[in-house]
Ligand binder design. Structure first.
Ligand code: GLC
Length: 561
């Protein structure tokens, strides 16, 4: 399918078509860390609304809000106590409506996070289940089982939680419940029609409030093989796609039955005009990801291979080709991500030596090996301009437009992520990419709010703030702004033609052309490379003369092609 885009500022018709998502740039807001309107140190919805102008000026198409629902914050909001309300610390439903109205006024779509694999243990259903007898209907909404061993003292299976430790917790009455994440996140039983019906209600609830789409958390976990007896799998921390079987036979990840659920959801999305869109977070093998992304299901699925790939031309080229072919096969468009709320920010990741174990680096509080911030930022911007030239959707994470590094030296006492305690200190967790944003050079919490911030901000935060970067053409913020403005003007269809061959790829050069003579050239080597002739539109680092400096991406336009 061909989608025609028009120049920004003169025509925004493309945003109103059913296909607005196919090549959209979506900006992820982690609400607790974006902007705080009431000075309690926690970002909130009115704060986010007040900063939507920043996103419009940046030139993104949509905003995706990470969870803002009532939550005990056992997992940064991904433990949802009520799927159809706003956490009082973050605002009210009226505040949410105001955010959607303002976003739409600015021409931005709104996507929200749906967390269907598990609820919070504070959810009314789980509380009811705790009060109810084993075998009751209330317990059937979750996964309760008797334990093994003479007195049921052993967990029902050897399944391990993604955050470390057993995936089962025992209740005072002797029964165990399943949680593939923290104990405060009990897994739903998706074989239960009541669970299915309730999520349809939730999807309609937010769609009726004007939400344009959904990001589906842990989409690959919903269907489970709960037939008795439950199967042991050999206590592996099986959260990595590469550990999963190709045939859907794992007892809880990526089972074939999960697709019935998403076909059902598609029915709900299509009740709306334009249909609501969705993107799956599915940590599955490439060969099985396309199933989530078909038009009969969610429409798009995140591909994290690009995020995980080393900045080597051959690796990236293979990853891009696979992602484009998979997306085409699904009838979807590819998705590109370099940073999100779960991973080390790419400005730091790419400043570490390739062989470096990033977890170990975090555990050393960012001391060993020393991070080369300048180098990391240079590589990160080259990767970003490459990503923004690819066909498909780009998902940006708040603060990456400022080139923010990971805050690796957070004091252990300040850490909030359950990964830190659940892994018993083997992993420092994800707080370092969730530090509240710097908006201003100085002042309380650098413009985040008037009352401090829930995670400590580093002393150099003001220097990387929006205010400090505004108007400086070499600053990451202005590079992102220019890139997004140009992208809107240049986007035509979803075609890509490689002009560098696999040999050049091995030598460190990636060069492709999009329709309309838009060339993207990335030099991932230490030696200057030739630039194609034409008009240099933008580069991730200064270009002088006719050659592309090391670790730089340039966009060039040739006159007629
Ligand atoms: C997803 C979220 C992550 C969360 C987990 C459990 O992977 O992105 O932040 O911890 O699901 O909900």
């Amino acid at each position: 399918m061909t989608v025609r885009y028009h120049a920004a500022g003169t025509d925004t018709a493309h945003r109103d078509t059913r296909d607005w998502w196919r090549q959209a740039v979506v900006y992820q807001v982690y609400p607790r860390s974006f902007a705080d309107s009431d000075g309690d140190g926690i970002g909130d919805l009115p704060g986010a609304t007040s900063r939507l102008g920043h996103l419009a000026a940046l030139g993104v198409d949509a905003v995706w809000l990470s969870p803002f629902y009532p939550s005990e914050l056992a997992d940064g909001g991904y433990d949802v106590a009520d799927y159809r309300d706003v956490d009082p610390r973050l605002g009210t439903l009226d505040d949410f409506d105001a955010l959607v109205a303002e976003a739409h006024r600015l021409g931005l779509k709104v996507m929200v996070d749906i967390v269907p694999n598990h609820s919070s243990d504070q959810h009314a259903w789980f509380q009811e289940a705790l009060r109810s007898a084993p075998g009751s209907a209330a317990r059937e909404r979750y996964v309760f089982r008797a334990g093994k061993g003479e007195h049921g003292e052993l967990p029902p299976t050897d399944w391990v939680s993604c955050f470390g430790g057993p995936a089962w917790t025992r209740l005072p009455d002797g029964w165990w419940y399943l949680h593939l994440f923290a104990p405060q996140q009990p897994d739903f039983n998706w074989d239960n029609p009541e669970v299915r019906a309730d999520f349809r209600t939730t999807l309609r609830f937010w769609s009726d409030r004007g939400v344009d789409g959904f990001r589906v958390d842990v989409a690959h976990g919903l269907a489970k093989d709960l037939a008795a007896p439950l199967r042991d799998i050999g206590a592996v921390e099986a959260c990595e796609p590469r550990d999963l079987p190709e045939d859907g036979s794992h007892p809880f990840w990526d089972r074939d039955e999960v697709h019935e659920i998403f076909r059902d959801w598609r029915g709900v999305f299509d009740e709306y005009d334009p249909p609501r869109v969705a993107v799956a977070e599915a940590w599955v093998r490439n060969s099985r990801r396309t199933a989530y992304a078909t038009p009969q299901e969610l429409g798009q699925a995140f591909n994290f291979d690009f995020l995980e790939a080393a900045l080597r031309a051959g690796v990236l080229r293979a990853c891009i080709d696979t992602a484009l072919a998979d997306a085409r096969a699904a009838g979807a468009t590819a998705t590109w991500v370099l940073s999100n709320h779960d991973v080390i920010r790419h400005a730091s990741r790419h400043g570490l030596p390739e062989a470096c174990d990033a977890e170990a680096w975090l555990l050393s509080d960012g001391r060993r090996p020393a991070l080369d911030r300048e180098d990391g930022l240079r590589r990160a911007l080259a990767a970003t301009l490459l990503m923004l030239a690819l066909p498909g959707s780009g998902y940006l994470y708040q603060g990456e437009e400022l080139g923010l590094p990971e805050v690796a030296d957070l004091d252990r006492a300040a850490l909030q992520d359950p990964v830190w305690t659940r892994s018993q200190g083997r992993s420092k967790g994800r707080d370092g990419c969730r530090v509240p944003l710097p908006w201003r050079r100085d002042g309380s919490s650098y413009g985040f709010g008037s009352g401090g911030s829930w995670l400590p901000q580093p002393p150099y935060w003001g220097e990387v703030s929006v205010e400090a970067q505004e108007g400086d053409p070499a600053a990451p913020l202005e590079v992102y702004r220019t890139a997004l403005r140009l992208r809107r003007r240049l986007l035509a269809d979803e075609a890509l033609e490689w002009l560098s061959g696999p040999d050049e790829a091995a030598g460190g050069l990636l060069h492709f052309r999009r329709s309309g003579g838009w060339h993207c050239v990335t030099n991932l080597s230490d030696t200057p490379q030739p630039l194609p002739g034409g008009t240099l539109l933008l580069s991730s680092a200064p270009v002088t003369g006719e050659r592309l400096p090391p670790w730089t991406t340039a966009w060039v336009r040739t006159a007629t092609e």
